[in-house]
Design a protein around this ligand. Structure first.
Ligand code: MRU
Length: 353
């Protein structure tokens, strides 16, 4: 267990703004150590996103916004044009850290728009910081609303499978998919969770199992290779995952392995749900436009520091895959649940926004 266990997990913040610094949980150290890192330079935030100190689509969206808030404080600009130039340099560095989760672009764009709305440099700085803090606060509220909508889809005594970590650690707090699981439990229903290990870097075992155990939610860990076995044996009633990007057609980009979980669920007629805020939707792109992040092969040829494959082999290590809409039973958002046909139901969610 982590060094520090006195606070309950839901009271922890994955990322927060304090005294003009960004504080984050270093997720690379979990589950063995609960370590907080503190940054006053946006380049450090960019590096934290790139190296997965902070990860998960909503968490990196808010981290990007906080990165720009730091950049505004670091800038020596005296005029609006100078400040905008400095912010644009920072925006580009932050944007280039990870390509698939659309929340990063959403967070950065929102702050850049705010910067344009004022003329005095100090007014710009203040309103950037206030907006980024508000985005963090809203993330938690949105997750709780999403949780309430989603909990209606789950029944007493359900065993729910989840993949990767779409929890408090992937957001500012509470979580998307795990937020729905938390809300279901809070509504009084008894539930159990099956968490996939999520190779290669084990967000399921390191983060989801840690979070759920910490909150007293019954969790069983399985290797990714046991997904078919558990479904075929009738050990799973429903599945819920998060998302890094959802297209207007309902195509869902999420952690590598999500597609095969959804395919096996279809085979066994098990409902497969996705939970994500509207900031995860990309209404413009087509499936072929989305860049899938390819990560270092060393994540696959070893586990932690231990080598588990021979040197000098080829590795394919995509971080995300795409699940088509016909495998998805519903997409849970803070505005309600979208169901097929997705093009229509997603449009309605945005019209209601
Ligand atoms: O590579 P990661 O750990 O950033 O990938 C995270 C995921 O794929 C999550 O499932 C997704 O971001 C949803 S988080 C609420």
């Amino acid at each position: 267990m982590p060094d520090q266990t006195s606070k309950t997990h839901s009271s922890l913040r994955t990322v927060e703004w304090k005294d003009n610094k960004v504080i984050m949980i270093d997720q690379t150290k979990l589950p063995n150590k609960l370590v907080f890192v503190e940054y006053s330079d946006y380049n450090q935030v960019a590096n934290a996103i790139k190296t997965l100190i902070v990860r998960g689509a909503p968490a990196i969206g808010v981290s990007g916004a906080f990165g720009l808030a730091l950049a505004s404080l670091q800038s020596n600009a005296f005029t609006k044009d100078e400040l905008l130039r400095d912010l644009e340099v920072a925006r580009k560095i932050l944007f280039e850290t990870r390509p698939t989760a659309v929340n990063l672009k959403w967070g950065l764009d929102k702050i850049m728009q705010v910067a344009l709305q004022h003329s005095d440099v100090n007014d710009i700085r203040n309103s950037i910081i206030e907006t980024a803090k508000k985005m963090a606060e809203e993330d938690v509220q949105i997750n709780m609303t999403m949780g309430r909508y989603g909990s209606d889809l789950f029944d007493n005594n359900d065993t729910i499978m989840t993949h990767c970590n779409a929890g408090a650690l992937a957001t500012v707090a509470y979580g998307t998919a795990l937020g729905v699981i938390r809300a279901t439990k809070e509504s009084g229903k008894k539930i159990k969770v099956i968490a996939t290990e999520t190779r290669p870097i084990q967000q399921g075992s390191r983060l989801t199992a840690f979070e759920l155990k910490h909150d007293g939610i019954d969790v069983s860990l399985i290797p990714d290779t046991a997904v078919g076995y558990t479904m075929a044996k009738g050990l799973v009633n429903k599945i819920i995952v998060g998302a890094d990007r959802i297209l207007r057609t309902g195509h869902v980009f999420n952690k590598i392995g999500t597609y095969q979980v959804a395919l096996i669920a279809k085979q066994h007629k098990i409902p497969f749900y996705v939970a994500a805020p509207l900031s995860t939707f990309d209404l413009r792109s087509n499936p072929e436009d989305v860049v899938i992040e390819q990560r270092n092969g060393s994540e696959v040829t070893g586990i932690g520091d231990k080598k588990t494959a021979p040197d000098g082999i080829h590795v394919i290590n995509p971080a995300f895959d795409m699940t088509p809409p016909d495998l998805i039973s519903g997409i849970i958002t803070e505005k309600g649940v979208a169901k097929a046909p997705y093009e229509e139901s997603i449009k309605k969610l945005f019209e209601a926004n």
